[in-house]
Ligand binder design. Structure first.
Ligand code: ADP
Length: 477
């Protein structure tokens, strides 16, 4: 079974957020499935990525495998495709002016991104003809690659001989892509002519991708239910209800070989569930690096993630202010919205003795935070799946999270972490009070840490669910 897997970012080549973790590990997990669980046949999954300026790849390993043009408004735009290999999987990098002309993976100018990802999606489909490798399944992720599904479904692109079936994984429904009428028309895609989608959604790539996809996969079972409600449906809940038979929530897995505290070279001390005291070495290293008081008894609370309204930083900051009478230290590592970044810096100015706002992307520091901090805070207003809490749990950093989406599906109150029901500081404060009380009882706390570290977040189960979807789509066609 041939699967073309399209994504805007993927580890180890380029990473902004959780999409990169998934796109770098799910395709490999699918290829590794034993044939009997993978629809009875091996899965020939191949990954296609844009050759962003920031892609980290040894150019000596890149091989030019195709050179062609795509049509844009009557002009031809040259495309070059380079191939490399990731653990034996072919990975194709698409290059061309709309991709190389933007310095970042996601541009601050949404129009530039629509141009880039429409070009990427169309070129990726075209590539399959040049390779003589016609996929049975086209698997897109989020709005960026939804253009490809619309092109296939509306049959406006020269089609492979066998009409492929399509899957769209929804990592975040809120990013619809914006009005793309101009790029759709520039790349020869006809305007949407059905009444099933609301009018305002008919020119936006994610809704078009949802409409086109034979299977829609939100990244956790709870999120799959939440998006059918007005609160989480981003205006598409009524449409999604009509597609409920095609909708399956599948929890993301984690690359447990990469995220492994027993072998993680970026840690000051490696450890497993039987060596929890070794975590103190990492905690001390963090306190030293960040110029915080070096004291193992002070609970160290952390957040790692994009600085975005979604992530509820304001809720966390306010709940910490309410807990000023308690002993804690807090570190936030992240970057994103400049106004919210400023609120993080202000919190540090307010509590210079115990808060550090590290406003940047820093992979090594993130590992040390997972491996050394005591509690991981994730007060996200909504969280489709969330990988950070799973990584934290694998590293024995106990999660305190809002009970929503994938957070609800992965954290268990009273066993692996602390959940709060309402997206507000009072509710979060109550969860933190419970967590801080437990932290004061080391035996109980270590029990939680061991429970966390024993959770199985590896890919095989979820990859198997994707394989079942692929095979049922092919047996329907
Ligand atoms: P999202 O996909 O919404 O960004 P996830 O929790 O699913 O959130 O995934 C976030 C991933 O990005 C995690 O692997 C996290 O460690 C990483 N990450 C986010 N921000 C940073 C940062 N500033 N420095 C290092 N890693 C980060």
């Amino acid at each position: 079974m041939k699967i073309l897997f399209l994504a805007a970012e993927a580890e180890p080549f380029v990473k902004i957020g959780g999409l990169a973790d998934v796109a770098g590990s799910l395709p490999l997990a699918l290829r590794a499935l034993p044939a009997q669980t993978a629809a009875g046949v091996p899965l020939d999954v191949r990954l296609v990525l844009p050759l962003h300026q920031s892609v980290r790849v040894d150019t000596a390993t890149l091989r030019l495998v195709a050179e062609f043009s795509v049509w844009r408004d009557g002009f031809s735009v040259p495309v070059k495709v380079f191939e490399t290999s990731l653990d034996g999987m072919p990975v194709y990098f698409i290059s061309g002016a709309p991709i190389s002309s933007t310095p970042t993976v996601y541009s601050p100018d949404p129009a530039q991104d629509r141009e880039k990802y429409a070009f990427f999606s169309i070129a990726a489909l075209e590539l399959t003809h040049h390779l003589g490798w016609e996929p049975d399944i086209i698997h897109a992720n989020d709005w960026h690659t939804s253009f490809a599904l619309y092109a296939v479904q509306s049959r406006q692109i020269v089609r492979p001989s066998q009409h492929p079936r399509t899957v769209l994984t929804v990592h975040n429904l809120a990013y619809l892509g914006g009005d793309s009428s101009d790029v759709l028309s520039a790349y020869g895609l006809m305007p949407f002519s059905d009444h099933s989608l609301p009018k305002w959604a008919q020119s936006q790539p994610l809704p078009l991708g949802l409409w086109s996809a034979n299977a829609i996969v939100p990244v956790s079972p709870t999120y799959a239910r939440e998006i059918l409600t007005p609160d989480f449906g981003c205006g598409l809940d009524l449409y999604l209800k009509t597609r409920v038979k095609s909708l399956t929530g599948i929890l993301n897995g984690l690359d447990v070989n990469f995220w492994d505290p027993a072998r993680d070279k970026t840690l000051a001390a490696c450890f497993d569930a039987g060596q929890l005291p070794a975590r103190l070495v990492n905690k001390t290293a963090l306190q030293k690096t960040l110029v915080l008081k070096q004291d193992g008894n002070v609970p160290l609370l952390v957040m790692v993630g994009r600085v975005d309204y979604q992530k509820g930083l304001d809720i966390a900051f306010e709940s910490l202010r309410r807990l000023v009478g308690q002993n804690w230290q807090f570190v936030i590592l992240g970057s994103g919205d400049p106004a919210l970044e400023e609120t993080a810096r202000s919190l540090q100015s307010e509590f210079p003795e115990r808060v550090r706002a590290v406003i940047r992307y820093d992979s090594d520091l993130s590992h040390l935070l997972y491996g050394g901090a005591d509690m991981f805070l994730m007060p996200s207003r909504y969280e489709p799946c969330g990988l950070a809490q799973m990584i934290a749990m694998r590293y024995g950093c106990v999660p305190v999270v809002h009970s929503t989406g994938g957070l609800k599906d992965t954290v268990q109150e009273g066993k692996t972490g602390f959940l709060f029901q309402d997206s507000d500081p009072v509710s979060m404060e109550a969860a933190l009070v419970r967590a801080l009380a437990l932290f004061a009882e080391p035996d109980q706390w270590q029990k939680f840490q061991r429970n966390d570290m024993q959770e199985d977040f590896s890919w095989p189960r979820s990859a198997g669910q994707y394989a079942s979807i692929y095979s049922s789509l092919l047996s329907e066609s």
